[in-house]
Ligand binder design. Structure first.
Ligand SMILES: *Cc1c(COP(=O)(O)O)cnc(C)c1O
Length: 430
C-alpha cells in the first residue's frame, strides 16, 4: 500500500479521488464593475427620502431594478428591499395580520421564513414538508388551519418550486394570504408560472450566497396595488407618510428602514440579466449528477423534481439510503469528504427547535404573542411536530453546493466516482 494507492479510502491514507479544491462560485464580472462606476460618477448612493415626496419611491437604480424584476417575472409591482429577511417581514406587515393571528410556515428553511410571522405579532405554526421535494406539504398545511390562520409562507427550497397548486387550493378554500419565499429559487417555475408571482407576494434574496447577488439585498413581487403600497410604506418610514397620503389602514406599517442602496441596486440589475444563463449552467451540472446517481449509485437518491415544477439547484440535495449502503449517513459523509467532495448533513434543524420557539420568548419575557388571552389552543413546538422534516434532518438528507459554474460535467463524474469508491468499501466502513 503506497501513498498513491487509489483503491484505499482517503480516510485510511489512500489517495483521494479529487485531489484539488474546487473554484469558488463567482457571478460578478465587468458588467457589475461598470455599473458601480456609473453610480459613483453620479455620486448619489441612495435616492430615498422617508416622506410623501417623489423620493419616497427611491433612487434611479432602485427603480430600474424594480422595473427589470417586474418585467422578467411578469409581476405588476416589484419593491426592492435591503434583504429577503426585510422582504419577508414587510410581506407579513403588508398582509396585515391581527396580533395573535397564525401564519403557517415551513420548519425546513432559513429561520427568517418562520420568524417573519413574529415581526408583526403573528404566531408561526409549523406544517410538515414533502419527503421528496422538501417543500411544504399542502395536506399538512390543511391540518394546521385554525380560526386564527391568516396566511402561509411557502418556501421554494433548494431551488425547486413548491406544489403551488396544492398550496393555492388550501389558501383559497380558507381565505388565506400566500407569501412565497423564493430566496433559493429565482427563475424556478411551477406549471409554467415563475415562483414569486403565484401567491400574493414573492420575495427574492440578493445576498452574497445566492445565485444572483449584490452583497445584501432583496426584491418583493406582487400584483396588487395596495399590497405594493403597504410594502413601500413598511420599507420607508410609513408612519411619516400615511398622513399626507391620506392612507387610512395604518396598522402594521411602523417605521422600518428596509431601503436598498443605489450601488447594490445597480449591481443587482446586472446580475438579473445573467440569471437564466447561471440557472442553465446549474441545471446541466445537476442533470449530469442525477443521471450518474441513477445509473451508478443506487444507495443515493437524487432530488425528485415534481413533473409540474422546475428546479434551479441553488444547492443539490440528496437522500442517503443507509440500509442499502450498509453504513450511516455520517460515516459516508466523512469518508466522501476525505475523497475531496464537500458535503453537508441535514441542512438546518427544524426551526421550532431554536430556543426562541422552544421557549416562546420573542418580545419581553412574558411569552407575547403566544400568550394572548383570546388564544384557545397552545401552539406546540415539541419534537414530533413535523416528523418528515425531523427525519430528513436527522438521518436522510445531505447536500453539496457543487452544482455551480465554472464546475464541469467532468467534475460531476469525479464526484460520482468518489461516492462509488466510498460505498464500495461498505464492508470496511460499516
Ligand atoms: C437566504 C434566505 C433567506 C434570507 O435572505 P437574506 O437576503 O439574507 O435576508 C430567506 N429564506 C431563504 C429560504 C433563504 O435561503
Amino acid at each position: 500500500m503506497s501513498s498513491l494507492d487509489t483503491d484505499t479510502l482517503a480516510l485510511h491514507g489512500g489517495r483521494p479521488v479529487i485531489g484539488r479544491s474546487f473554484p469558488p462560485y463567482r457571478s460578478l464580472g465587468d458588467e457589475e464593475r461598470q455599473a458601480v462606476l456609473r453610480v459613483m460618477e453620479r455620486g448619489v448612493l441612495s435616492g430615498f427620502v422617508g416622506r410623501d415626496v417623489p423620493a419616497f419611491e427611491g433612487g434611479v437604480e432602485v427603480r430600474a431594478l424594480q422595473d427589470a424584476f417586474a418585467a422578467r417575472f411578469g409581476a405588476k409591482h416589484a419593491v426592492a428591499v435591503n434583504s429577503a429577511t426585510s422582504g419577508l417581514y414587510a410581506a407579513v406587515g403588508a398582509i396585515n395580520p391581527e396580533v395573535g393571528d397564525e401564519i403557517i410556515v415551513s420548519p425546513y428553511s432559513m429561520v427568517a421564513s418562520a420568524t417573519c410571522a413574529l415581526a408583526f405579532g403573528a404566531v408561526p405554526v409549523f406544517a410538515d414538508v414533502d419527503p421528496e421535494t422538501f417543500c411544504l406539504d399542502p395536506d399538512s398545511v390543511e391540518t394546521r388551519i385554525s380560526p386564527r390562520t391568516r396566511g402561509i409562507v411557502v418556501v421554494h427550497l433548494f431551488g425547486q418550486a413548491a406544489d403551488m397548486d396544492g398550496i393555492m387550493a388550501v389558501a383559497r378554500a380558507h381565505g388565506l394570504a400566500v407569501i412565497e419565499d423564493c430566496a433559493q429559487a429565482p427563475g424556478a417555475v411551477w406549471n409554467g408560472r415563475p415562483v414569486g408571482t403565484i401567491g400574493d407576494i414573492g420575495i427574492f434574496s440578493l445576498n452574497a450566497h445566492k445565485t444572483i447577488q449584490c452583497g445584501e439585498g432583496g426584491v418583493c413581487l406582487c400584483h396588487d396595488d395596495e399590497l405594493a403600497l403597504r410594502l413601500k410604506l413598511i420599507r420607508n418610514h410609513g408612519e411619516a407618510c400615511v398622513g399626507s397620503m391620506g392612507y387610512a389602514r395604518i396598522a402594521n406599517i411602523i417605521g422600518q428602514n428596509y431601503r436598498l442602496g443605489e450601488l447594490e441596486a445597480a449591481i443587482a440589475t446586472e446580475q438579473l440579466k445573467k440569471l437564466d444563463a447561471l440557472n442553465a449552467a446549474r441545471q446541466a451540472l445537476a442533470q449530469r449528477l442525477t443521471d450518474n446517481l441513477r445509473e451508478q449509485v443506487p444507495e443515493i437518491i437524487p432530488p425528485r423534481v415534481h413533473p409540474r415544477a422546475s428546479h434551479v439547484y441553488y444547492i443539490y440535495p440528496m437522500r442517503f439510503d443507509a440500509a442499502r449502503a450498509g453504513m450511516s449517513r455520517e460515516v459516508f459523509l466523512e469518508a466522501a469528504a476525505a475523497e475531496g467532495v464537500p458535503l453537508y448533513a441535514g441542512y438546518v434543524p427544524p426551526i421550532y427547535r431554536e430556543p426562541l420557539f422552544r421557549r416562546k420568548i420573542a418580545y419581553g419575557s412574558k411569552g407575547y404573542p403566544w400568550n394572548l388571552p383570546d388564544r384557545p389552543n397552545p401552539i406546540s413546538y415539541a419534537d414530533g411536530l413535523c416528523p418528515t422534516c425531523e427525519h430528513l434532518y436527522e438521518t436522510e438528507l445531505f447536500w453539496t453546493p457543487l452544482v455551480y459554474p465554472p464546475l464541469t460535467l467532468e467534475d460531476m463524474d469525479a464526484v460520482t466516482r468518489a461516492f462509488r469508491k466510498v460505498l464500495d468499501h461498505a464492508a470496511e466502513l460499516g
